[in-house]
Design a protein around this ligand. Structure first.
Ligand code: CA
Length: 189
């Protein structure tokens, strides 16, 4: 599996380095920068799986960076973990409504940070695993590409020419393996 990449945006170099060390020890690929504008540039270039984004930054603050990232196309797969020195509820709410996935109030414990990062990346892993290709011994259905194949013993697999409704039905059956096993005439798997 591809190493998960994390962009750390934090202007306090010691904190940034500490976070980097912690996460690299966990096997993540990390880069850091201390400036909001640079963060946006790096984000576009690297499309990291996760951004750890400090709220108070020189140049452009974390909320603005967060808002801009969320407006970019293709950015929906990156998770944003906001760091904030302020614990007030209002700041948290603003942070989350801007599109951040989670937040952590400084000072935080290393264990807490690693746990949050892992939790977010597990979420992304689950989404990858739920990738929209379903396979059974007799069918392969690619929901994104809208392609279905049937595999019959000792014959080359055959692309199915289905209407949209038929395709949806097949995709639904296949995404719930076992759920319709007892339905009369159900022989999809
Ligand atoms: Ca800061």
């Amino acid at each position: 599996m591809k190493k998960k990449s994390i962009l750390i945006v934090e202007d306090e170099v010691e904190i940034a380095r500490l976070i980097q060390q912690l996460l690299e020890k966990e096997g993540f690929g990390c880069r850091y920068c201390g400036d909001g504008v640079e963060a946006l540039r790096l984000f576009q270039q690297q499309q990291p799986d996760l951004i750890i984004l400090d709220l108070m930054l020189p140049g452009m603050d974390g909320l603005e960076v967060c808002t801009r990232i969320r407006k970019q196309s293709g950015a929906k797969d990156s998770y944003i973990l906001m760091l904030t020195a302020k614990g007030e509820e209002i700041d948290r709410v603003i942070g989350l409504s801007t599109g951040a996935d989670d937040y952590l109030v400084k000072p935080f414990s290393p264990i807490e940070l690693v746990a949050r990062v892992r939790a977010l990346l597990r979420r992304s892993l689950r989404q990858e695993e739920q990738a929209q290709v379903h396979r059974t011994p007799h069918f392969t259905v690619d929901v994104d590409q809208h392609i279905a194949h049937r595999h019959l013993d000792s014959q080359p697999s055959e692309a199915l020419d289905l209407t949209i409704q038929e395709f949806k039905l097949l995709a639904t059956f296949i995404s719930y393996p076992g759920a319709i096993r007892d339905a009369p005439g159900a022989e999809l798997s």
